[in-house]
Every structure is written in structure tokens, then in C-alpha cells.
Design a protein around this ligand. Structure first.
Ligand code: C2E
Ligand code: MG
Ligand code: MG
Ligand code: MG
Length: 278
């Protein structure tokens, strides 16, 4: 009987989504607690500027070590946090953490720019530029040392509103990057309209660069496109020496990936920089 099967199927669907929903809500309340208790931290991944031959920036990547769940990868909670609105708390925590860390490094004579990842909701938040301005003032950090990474899909969600927020941030002197470039719409018209100064080629095109001719063509043309538009180009997911050499030949500006370094806790990052003479 088709009707009965359908009913059963529907009941199963409701029950299972209900469970998943409850689990997510619990994950989110744990996240809010973790942001207060210190179970959430940043690791920092170096960005090697090939022109300078130095690491002059790092990307802040969130690390949640839950006492009950163990390590929870960003991809396992950020998408939910975006849906429930909890991402707002993570962003607020992250911006404060990044700016205060930047100030701490400056006081030690370490001039590192810090890049923070933003989500779609953040780009819809007209209060964000004001909040960031206040943070920079409080910690006496120049705007040029704070970078923000946004994805193409986040911008496309509501282009007009995102543009308004991004234009304010850019006018404040912050550096904006398009993250995961090549995985979204890769529309040429918005590349022209967005006040960004850098594109980051997604790691899926970079990780196997040395072996994959198609990736080589895509990466080389993207670097050329970026440069022709006056943008800096970063490759993320550089995992081996051969790929790093190729990227250098292509004129890529900045390398990021396990070949340079994995994301590191602040003290380990400082040791890494001292060790490498960066
Ligand atoms: P993303 O911003 O594109 O960051 C790059 C991801 O690639 C990071 O994963 C990084 O650890 C990883 N990665 C770096 N080098 C290599 C490499 O050579 N090979 C490979 N296979 N992977 C590499 P992670 O830390 O798991 O973060 C995943 C995503 O979560 C990030 O992608 C970003 O979109 C998001 N995310 C992380 N931290 C935050 C945050 O504080 N706020 C927001 N809104 N999103 C965040
Ligand atoms: Mg990023
Ligand atoms: Mg990325
Ligand atoms: Mg990503």
C-alpha cells in the first residue's frame, strides 16, 4: 500500500530530522560555552610572501577542543553555526582574539598581519565595520594588519548588502581577500566590483598541482587574471616542493600550505618563525 509506506517514510523523516536538529542545538549551546571557557582557540597558518621571502601574515583558523567530543573540525560546526546565527558569537570572539594577538605580537616586535575568515551572516551585518573599528582602537592595531577572508558564495548571497559592508571595511584600510577562489561562481563582474586586494586560489586546484596539467593551466591563468586586475594572488594548500616551485615560476605572490607549515598555536608559530629566520 503506497499511502502507508509514504506515511511511514514521512514519520521516519520527521523523527530523524528532529533528532539531528536537537543534536545541533546542543552542539551550538556547547559552542557558546566553549567560546567562554577557552576550549576554542586559534591556530595560525603562515602565509609566505615570495617577493619578500618572508612570512608577513598568518591566517587564523578556529580550533575547538571539546572536553566531551574531542576535537571538532571547523567544517563540522561552522555550517550549523551559520544556520542558527551562532556564527555571530564565533566572529565576535575571533575578531577580538585576532586583534589582541596581533597587538601582543607587535609588542614583541613581530609585525604580522592576521587574516580572519568571515561568514555570509557577517557580511549582512551593518554593525560589523563599527565593531572592528572599536577593536582596532582599543588594541591600538593599525587597520592594515587585519585581513578579512570572504568566499564568493557569501558575497553572492546579497551582493548589494555585502558590497556596502565590504566597501566600509576597505575604506577603513582593511585588506580583503576572496577565499576558495574557483569553487564558487567565479564571476568576472564581481571581481571587478568588489573592493578586494587578494584572491586565494582554492586548495583543490593547488594540492595536486605538480601532477595535474589541468590544474596547472587553471592556476596559471588565474594568477594572470588576478594580476591583470591589480590583485595579489595567494595559493592555499601547497603541499610539496614541486608545486611551490611551479607557483613561484607562475608569479604567484603568496604561498600557504602544509609545505610551508601547518596551522600552529601562537607559541609554536613564534618558534617556527624564529627557527626559519622569517
Ligand atoms: P579556509 O579558510 O579555506 O582555510 C583553509 C583550510 O585548509 C583550513 O582547514 C586549513 O587547515 C587547511 N589547509 C591549509 N593548508 C593545507 C594543505 O596544505 N593541505 C590541505 N589538505 N589542507 C590545508 P580548517 O582549519 O579545517 O578550516 C576549514 C574552513 O573552516 C576554513 O577554510 C574556513 O572556511 C572555515 N573556518 C576556519 N576558521 C574559521 C573562523 O574562525 N571563522 C569562520 N567563519 N570560518 C572559519
Ligand atoms: Mg580562509
Ligand atoms: Mg580557503
Ligand atoms: Mg575553505
Amino acid at each position: 500500500d503506497q499511502g502507508r509506506t509514504a506515511t511511514k517514510g514521512y514519520a521516519w523523516f520527521v523523527a530523524s530530522t528532529g533528532d539531528a536538529y536537537k543534536q545541533r542545538l546542543s552542539l551550538m549551546s556547547e559552542l557558546r560555552e566553549a567560546l567562554k571557557s577557552g576550549d576554542v582557540s586559534f591556530s595560525y597558518q603562515p602565509k609566505l610572501d615570495l617577493g619578500l621571502g618572508k612570512v608577513n601574515a598568518v591566517e587564523a583558523l578556529v580550533r575547538w577542543n571539546s572536553s566531551t567530543r574531542g576535537f571538532v573540525p571547523p567544517d563540522d560546526f561552522i555550517p550549523f553555526a551559520e544556520r542558527t546565527g551562532d556564527i555571530k558569537h564565533l566572529t565576535e570572539w575571533g575578531l577580538r582574539k585576532a586583534v589582541s594577538q596581533c597587538a601582543q605580537w607587535r609588542s614583541k616586535g613581530l609585525h604580522l598581519a592576521v587574516a580572519v575568515n568571515l561568514s555570509t551572516n557577517d557580511l549582512m551585518n551593518m554593525n560589523l565595520p563599527g565593531q572592528i573599528l572599536a577593536l582596532l582602537r582599543d588594541f591600538n592595531v593599525p587597520a592594515s594588519l587585519l585581513k578579512l577572508e570572504v568566499t564568493e558564495s557569501a558575497v553572492m548571497h546579497d551582493m548589494a548588502r555585502a558590497l556596502e559592508v565590504l566597501n566600509m571595511l576597505s575604506a577603513m584600510g582593511l585588506t580583503l581577500s576572496i577565499d576558495d577562489y574557483g569553487t564558487g561562481y567565479s564571476s568576472l563582474s564581481y571581481l571587478k566590483r568588489l573592493p578586494v586586494s587578494e584572491i586565494k586560489i582554492d586548495k583543490s586546484f593547488v594540492m595536486k598541482l605538480a601532477e595535474n596539467e589541468e590544474d596547472q593551466i587553471l592556476v596559471r591563468s588565474t594568477i594572470e587574471l588576478g594580476h591583470n586586475l591589480g590583485l595579489k594572488v595567494t595559493a592555499e594548500g601547497v603541499e610539496d616542493e614541486k608545486s611551490a616551485k611551479m607557483l613561484k615560476e607562475y608569479g604567484c605572490d603568496t604561498l600557504q600550505g602544509y609545505f610551508i607549515s601547518r596551522p600552529l598555536p601562537a607559541p609554536d608559530l613564534e618558534a617556527f618563525l624564529a627557527d626559519k629566520g622569517y
